[in-house]
Design a protein around this ligand. Structure first.
Ligand code: C5P
Length: 403
């Protein structure tokens, strides 16, 4: 798909720059030609010699270099490419791009280009979450810049959260998607998407509750991927320890009943994805005061069933989303159970995953999923939850386009 394509890669100054060397190789494997601009800060992390040895071309570094300008001016450099990719896109590069700066070769080429631009942000989690960076991100999205990542995870600086540059296969997938469909960088633009995520908490008394181990990572990743695809996203999440995804309308809830109410309020939507681990039961009579330890021994709790949010929405007569997606976390007979669930809940697709002890799915960063539809089962190779989210959103956008 990338045969004969010319990619101008801007390598910014971040530790993730080492991945850009691999990116060059993998793009070449697919038949693309890569030219590289290395920022001054970028040279602190990778050398012009290693970049140039891989691209087989000169490495463009200086705005006011006579030889660079004689070989190829900055305007020509950016016009000559089919696509510009900024990886890693540092906070500083994003700020320059968002504000139209042109005080070095990278920012000037990015301002002078009339081609599409993909950025792969990479920075410390606090820099990423800072309102200034988020403002710049929103501005860049509004300018039509495509964004891949960043991913959640542990970072070179020892912190944890969003800020890790997307992996090379993810960047390549984003490039291929842009090349395959130059007109549609945002396949879900103008569409509303509702996603549930995380656990619910069901009160026993004012201080105690029943809940589960759901981390919210998969649901949050789906909300983020849908926003990246241009959708207007409402994420209804139970209590989780991970940050709200950016560019998404987030509604925080506790109980299953609160979650249902928030979902109903967020409808209508084109797509609803139910990734939350909703408690099946709640305590029938929540004590008004803290239950005391006493002579009567431990209390016995009576339970009543919670509303099934997925089945409720899938069964809507009026205003049912075009695509209703459920999740099935199973510890055994994963696919058979998912098939049964698809029929029972009346949804269009079930994403089934194995959460048995030892799989590391609960709370982990990777997931092996099976897509179960009335047409059959498709098993995806184990990949990160961000990759699962992007692939799922791409699939849903594709199906929506065909409805
Ligand atoms: O029935 P089970 O809990 O295994 O079904 C899982 C799917 O149903 C998930 O998509 C989950 O978000 C959804 N669900 C729901 N409301 C419930 C129970 C499950 O939306 N009360």
């Amino acid at each position: 798909m990338l045969v004969g394509k010319r990619i101008l890669l801007v390598i910014g100054g971040g530790i993730a720059a080492y991945k850009s060397l691999e990116l060059i190789r993998r793009l070449q494997d697919r038949g693309a030609t890569v030219r590289a601009i290395l920022t001054k800060a970028g040279t602190e992390f990778v050398t012009p010699l290693s970049v140039g040895s891989l691209t087989g071309d000169k490495v463009f570094q200086e705005l006011f270099s006579l030889t660079d300008e004689n070989d190829m001016g900055h305007i020509e450099l950016s016009r000559d490419a089919d696509l510009m990719v900024v990886a890693p896109a540092t906070a500083d590069l994003m700020a320059k791009m968002a504000n139209g700066h042109s005080n070095d070769l990278a920012s000037t080429a990015l301002l002078a280009t009339d081609k599409r631009v993909l950025i792969a942000p990479a920075m410390n989690v606090r820099m990423w979450l800072h309102p200034a960076t988020q403002r710049n991100l929103a501005t860049l999205r509004g300018d039509g810049v495509s964004v891949v990542g960043p991913n959640d995870g542990s970072m070179a600086c020892g912190e944890f959260g969003p800020g890790r540059m997307a992996e090379v296969p993810e960047i390549i997938a984003a490039i291929e998607a842009m090349m395959a469909n130059p007109a549609v960088s945002h396949p879900l633009k103008g569409r509303k998407v509702v996603v549930t995520s995380g656990p619910t908490r069901e009160a026993i008394d004012p201080v105690r509750y029943i809940s589960n181990h759901s981390s919210g990572k998969q649901g949050h990743a789906i909300a983020r991927a849908a926003a990246e695809a241009g959708a207007e996203v409402t994420l209804v999440t139970g209590p989780v320890a991970i940050p709200d995804p950016v560019g998404v309308n987030v509604v925080h809830v506790e109980s299953a009943r609160d979650m249902l109410a928030a979902v109903e309020k967020a409808l209508p939507a084109a797509i609803a994805v139910f990734a939350a681990a909703v408690a099946d039961w709640r305590v029938a009579d929540v004590a008004g005061g803290k239950i005391k330890k006493g002579a009567g021994g431990p209390p016995s709790l009576a339970f009543v069933e919670n509303p099934d949010i997925l089945a409720t929405v899938a069964g809507l007569k009026a205003g049912r989303p075009d695509l209703v997606v459920g999740f099935a976390a199973e510890t055994d007979n994963v696919i058979d159970n998912a098939r049964a669930k698809l029929a029972r809940k009346g949804c269009d697709l079930i994403v089934a995953n194995d959460v048995a002890t030892g799989t590391g799915t609960f709370g982990g960063d990777a997931n092996t999923v099976h897509l179960v539809t009335p047409d059959g089962v498709e098993t995806w190779a184990r990949q990160s939850k961000d990759e699962v989210a992007r692939a799922l959103v791409a699939r849903l956008a594709d199906r929506l386009g065909k409805t």
